[in-house]
Structure formats: structure tokens, C-alpha cells
Write a protein that binds this ligand. Structure first.
Ligand code: ATP
Ligand code: MG
Length: 456
């Protein structure tokens, strides 16, 4: 039954890579690696063929009213999309011993950065690359002449995964694409591995295009780094799992504080600028949250259906309550400062502090004593080392990034989509952040678990 389905001729939405320039032609690439010790272990099990595709998404909606079906062509209940499978190719584009490879980490911290750096270095060395450098402090390292590139080897990166943060440092904001490409050219870098979020990917795509314009044979390969798990098409990005796990500790502390206080309210603010995945998953996994607030779902604090009224009810019936709020939630309730960070991202108002103040004010007004404990574990979570599941994800992504560069691809990013490891063209994943769908079954499961009503 399966084979038949997959062979049906209604494959559509084939997600082909943008054609790569002739200098990156897949034919006529560098020499095939000789059989023997220098072959990556993985290659002994065969190569990934150039035409291999992984199914990005396959789902059959029985009716146009099924959840999610509204987004597809009403004449076809199937959604199938195919993407390039990641992995080692039998022919490689670069001669390993003459390659100079660079690695750079941009944006904010995220558990697993060191795991990815480590795995890129280890895999490059297995290919036979001798010249590997780290660019310090994000894109800044390309144009700040005071910063030196850092030579990398297996020896240097051996234990870096045991600590959080980034060996290379990170930064926001900075120079023009043209300056960065000048720097890549001056350093004679052939492959640049760029780890970062949406902003970083936009930058990487511009760098890729500028390299093509200048006809440089440079491979630009990204690894998506977003703790918020907000990259389109991807099942999961590294660091998210660790963040959800660490968030449990904060939630559990808030729960204990709330339970132990007379009329205790625990309030935890979690990451999630535009997407509430961390808050939703942490609420689902902890089972201790009474109210989960995310950016995708508007709510009011005041009024008969507001959050504060529900809190009153919880205090009366349970004696305590625990609230989890994503940093980007309820921004419409706050005054806009108009401020932006060095990368041009809007600085969000502190919804956690606002809710804390409003709870105190409200309960004072109705003359019910409450004891509010507010916890913001953001920086403690971001600085953690990756947990086991993220460490594995980082390892596979790092290896595939190197395979992609050696295959001669540029302007790509690696990810896990529908359980398969794939290469995607950068623009496909950064058209918008990925959001929690308020009509999704997962959000409804979260609501069932917290027992919260709609707050509008
Ligand atoms: P995070 O998830 O931590 O926010 P991010 O990659 O989105 O990660 P940003 O600080 O937004 O982090 O951007 C990282 C780098 O990318 C910065 O150096 C910034 O200057 C650059 N950048 C951001 N947006 C763009 C863009 N549209 N074009 C070129 N470069 C960009
Ligand atoms: Mg960003």
C-alpha cells in the first residue's frame, strides 16, 4: 500500500534547489576521494545520490475542513513536497588538502553551538582539510581588524561540547555584505559555515549572492540556530529540546514557590519572540502550568474573561496558580518603546514584569492577598550545554553541513524535515518565522492540559 501511494503520479511542489552557477556545476567536480582510511565512516555505507529526495511533508486530508487543509489546493487532498537529501556524495567539488574552511556563529547563544562547531571541524579533518579557522564574534569578526581568526583542529574542539556558549563568541549587528565578502576573499576561504537564526540566514544569503556575483568558488552553508524552534519547514532546531528541558526547572521552582505560599502565584517568562513553541512545550511537559500565554494567541488581562479573573478563580479553588508566558506574548498590552537592537530587531517590552505588576494591582483591588514569584530563566537556559537529544541533532547537522559544502552546494541550510536530514535553499526557510498554529492540535492539547479558557 505504501509503495503504491508513493508511486502515484501526483507528486507536486517539488522543492528543487535554486540552480547553482556553472562554477558550481555538479558535473566535472574535483577528484573522487580514494578508498581507504581518509573516507568518512558514513561513506562506507554508500553515498547519497544527487537525485535522492526526501519527502518534506506527506499528509492526506479527508476533507477541506480538516485542520490545516485550508492551506492546500482544494482539488487535491494530498500534500507532497520533496527536498534534497543531505549526506556525503561520491564526487566532491573541492580538493580537501587545498581547502580553507571558516566557521562563524552569529546572533544570541543557544545550547549546542559548540557541538556543531566541533562536528564541523572533526568532519572537515576526516575529509582531509588542514586549514580550518573560526571567525570570532559573529559577522563582526570579518570586518573588525582587531579580531584574529582562530585556528581550529580536532585537538582544539575536542571537549568544547562539554560547556555551553560558543567557543568563537557571538555578536549582533554589523558590516556590509560587501565588506564581509571582501574579507572572505582576502582570507582565501573556500567554505564558510554560518550558524545563526533568521537574521544570520538573511546575511548568509546576501553573502552567497555576492560571492556568485564575484564568481568566487565559495560554498556558503548555514546551520539554523534558533532556540525558539521558529524556522519554517524544520521539525526541530538544535537547542530547543534542551531549552524545554531546562524550562522545567524554572517551572518546577515556580510551582513549589506558589504551592508553599499562601495564595501563591508562580510566573515564569520563557523565550519565544514571535513563536510560543518553548512555552507550549514546557507547559505540556511540566503538567504544572495553569495558564500558558504565547505570542500567537491574543489575550486580555482585565475584564470578565481576562487572565486576572481566571487567576482569581484558581486562587479560590486551588489556592495557588502557575503562569507561563512567552517573551513575545501580549505585546499589544505594552507601550512600544520603538527601540531596536544592533541587528535591527525590535526590543520587546517585558511582559513578565507587566503581568506581575497587574496581578498585584488587581488582587489589591479585590482585597485578596496574593504572593507573586516571578522567574525569568532566559539567560540560564541559553547558556546551558546541549542535552543528549540536541547533541545528536547537532552532530548530524554539523556532518551534513560539511557534506553539503564538499558537494559544491552554496546558499543552503541543513535541517531535519519530516524526520529526514535535508538541504534547503536559504530563502525557503526565512520568508517568515514558523508560528504555533492556534488551530493546531498541539495547542489544543496544551489548552486541555492547562485547563485554561480563552482570554478574550
Ligand atoms: P537570533 O535567533 O539569536 O536572533 P539571528 O541570526 O536572527 O539569531 P540577529 O542578531 O538578528 O540574530 O542577526 C545576526 C547577524 O545577521 C547580525 O550580525 C546582523 O547584522 C545580520 N543580519 C540580520 N539581518 C540581516 C539582513 N536582513 N541582511 C543581512 N544581514 C543581516
Ligand atoms: Mg533573530
Amino acid at each position: 500500500e505504501f509503495g503504491e501511494r508513493f508511486n502515484l503520479p501526483h507528486l507536486r511542489g517539488v522543492f528543487d534547489m535554486k540552480p547553482i552557477p556553472t562554477t558550481f556545476s555538479l558535473k566535472n567536480r574535483g577528484p573522487k576521494l580514494v578508498d581507504g582510511a581518509s573516507m568518512p565512516e558514513e561513506r562506507k555505507n554508500g553515498y547519497v545520490n544527487e537525485d535522492d529526495r526526501a519527502l518534506l511533508k506527506v499528509i492526506k486530508y479527508s476533507s477541506p475542513t480538516s485542520a490545516g487543509a485550508e492551506c492546500i489546493d482544494p482539488n487535491c487532498s494530498w500534500v507532497e513536497q520533496w527536498v534534497h537529501r543531505a549526506g556525503p556524495r561520491d564526487k566532491i567539488y573541492f580538493q580537501p588538502d587545498s581547502v580553507k574552511a571558516g566557521i562563524v556563529t552569529c546572533g544570541g547563544l543557544c545550547p549546542g553551538l559548540n557541538d556543531v562547531i566541533r562536528q564541523i571541524v572533526v568532519t572537515l579533518e576526516i575529509y582531509g582539510v588542514k586549514n580550518i579557522v573560526g571567525i570570532p564574534y559573529g559577522y563582526r569578526g570579518f570586518f573588525d581588524n582587531g579580531l584574529q581568526e582562530m585556528p581550529l583542529s580536532r585537538e582544539v574542539v575536542q571537549n568544547i561540547n562539554l560547556a555551553g556558549g560558543s567557543l568563537l563568541g557571538v555578536s549582533r549587528g554589523g558590516g556590509s555584505t560587501s565588506d564581509i565578502v571582501d574579507s572572505i576573499q582576502a582570507r582565501r576561504i573556500d567554505m564558510i559555515f554560518i550558524l545563526g537564526g533568521n537574521g544570520t540566514h538573511a546575511g548568509a544569503n546576501a553573502i552567497h549572492k555576492e560571492c556568485r556575483k564575484r564568481k568566487l568558488k565559495v560554498s556558503v552553508v548555514c546551520v539554523p540556530k534558533t532556540i525558539d524552534n521558529d524556522i519554517l519547514l524544520m521539525d526541530k532546531t538544535f537547542g530547543f529540546d534542551t531549552a524545554v528541558e531546562e524550562a522545567q526547572r524554572a517551572i518546577n521552582s515556580a510551582y513549589i514557590e506558589a504551592r508553599s505560599a499562601y495564595h501563591g502565584v508562580g510566573l515564569v517568562k520563557l523565550m519565544g519572540r514571535s513563536s510560543g513553541f518553548i512555552a507550549m512545550h514546557a507547559s505540556l511537559s511540566s503538567g504544572q502550568i495553569d495558564i500558558c500565554l504565547i505570542p500567537e494567541v491574543p489575550f486580555s488581562l482585565e475584564g470578565p474573561y481576562g487572565v486576572l479573573r481566571h487567576l482569581e478563580h484558581l486562587i479560590q479553588t486551588k489556592g495557588s496558580a502557575v503562569v507561563c508566558v512567552a517573551e513575545g506574548a501580549g505585546q499589544d498590552l505594552l507601550q512600544k518603546s520603538g527601540a531596536t537592537d544592533a541587528s535591527g530587531n525590535v526590543v520587546l517590552g517585558d511582559i513578565g514584569v507587566h503581568i506581575q505588576q497587574q496581578i498585584k494591582k488587581h488582587f489589591k483591588g479585590v482585597d485578596v492577598p496574593v504572593d507573586v514569584k516571578y522567574i525569568d530563566p532566559t539567560y540560564m537556559i541559553r547558556a546551558c550545554r546541549a542535552n543528549a537529544s540536541d547533541a545528536i541533532l547537532c552532530t548530524v547537522l554539523g556532518q551534513n553541513a560539511v557534506h553539503g559544502a564538499f558537494a559544491g552546494y552554496s546558499g543552503i541550510t541543513v535541517g531535519i524535515c519530516n524526520t529526514h536530514y535535508v538541504y534547503l535553499p536559504i530563502p525557503e526557510v526565512i520568508t517568515s518565522p514558523r508560528f504555533v498554529d492556534p488551530n493546531s492540535r498541539m495547542w489544543h492539547r496544551c489548552l486541555t492540559s492547562t485547563g485554561q479558557p480563552d482570554f478574550l
